[in-house]
Design a binder for this molecule. Structure first.
Ligand SMILES: CCCCC/C=C\C/C=C\C/C=C\C/C=C\CCCC(=O)SCCNC(=O)CCNC(=O)[C@H](O)C(C)(C)COP(=O)(O)OP(=O)(O)OC[C@H]1O[C@@H](n2cnc3c(N)ncnc32)[C@H](O)[C@@H]1OP(=O)(O)O
Length: 168
């Protein structure tokens, strides 16, 4: 499936998944698509491994958690944020290291302060390696972060080559 990209989301400095200044981070980039999903591109490295040549399940969980959490921001132009209350994973195939991988996530339901979503890590051959469903509680940004933090540590990183489409 081909996803048309609408916009790129911000990165942060220290997040384990999207932190640009965190040497251990997955350094993932996140894009909002025309069909209201979020797509991430990332390349797991040797320091993210569990068994040799295999991404640690906790790291797979981390990026799936984040992509669902980011899908709600996409729906509300960054005015609604969430914290994870529950996350369920299904590890179907080993996730390789040192190859660019794609992740897709979306919101599946919203009622009051709770939203739910799902996401998948997709292998280069198109197979789903890990899938997740999660439940989140909406939280005002001032309960999670300060204005100073947002001003200094939440920013857009321009791509050297702009990403207009992602084929998954
Ligand atoms: C512009 C500034 C930018 C700053 C950002 C910078 C960097 C960030 C970088 C990247 C990230 C960007 C976006 C990614 C977004 C997300 C991805 C990562 C998210 C996380 O990695 S986040 C860390 C892990 N996560 C936590 O740190 C949560 C810890 N935990 C709590 O903080 C509480 O536990 C809480 C708030 C969950 C509940 O607390 P509470 O006291 O409000 O709970 P309470 O009991 O009152 O429940 C109220 C209603 O929620 C229902 N409810 C509660 N828990 C439930 C559950 N598990 N399942 C089903 N329903 C549940 C109740 O049933 C009730 O429902 P009802 O009202 O209908 O009765």
């Amino acid at each position: 499936m081909k996803y048309t990209i609408k916009s790129k989301q911000n990165n942060s400095k220290m997040c384990l998944v999207c932190g640009t200044d965190n040497n251990l981070s997955l350094k993932a980039r996140f894009y909002e698509t025309e069909n209201d999903e979020v797509v991430a591109l990332f390349t797991p490295r040797d320091h993210h491994q569990s068994y040799p040549d295999r991404l640690h399940g906790g790291m797979a969980s981390a990026i799936l958690d984040e992509i669902i959490g980011r899908a709600i921001m996409s729906r509300y132009e960054d005015t609604v944020w969430g914290v994870t209350a529950e996350l369920t994973l299904r590890y179907k195939k080993p996730v390789p290291l040192n190859q660019e991988l794609k992740v897709v996530g979306r919101i599946t339901s919203e009622r009051g302060a709770i939203f739910e979503g799902s996401g998948e890590i997709i292998l280069p051959d198109g197979q789903v390696a890990v899938s997740a469903t999660g439940k989140y509680l909406k939280m005002a940004i001032d309960k999670i972060s300060s204005k100073e933090f947002a001003d200094n540590e939440w920013f857009l990183v321009d791509d050297e080559t702009p990403v207009d489409e992602v084929e998954v």
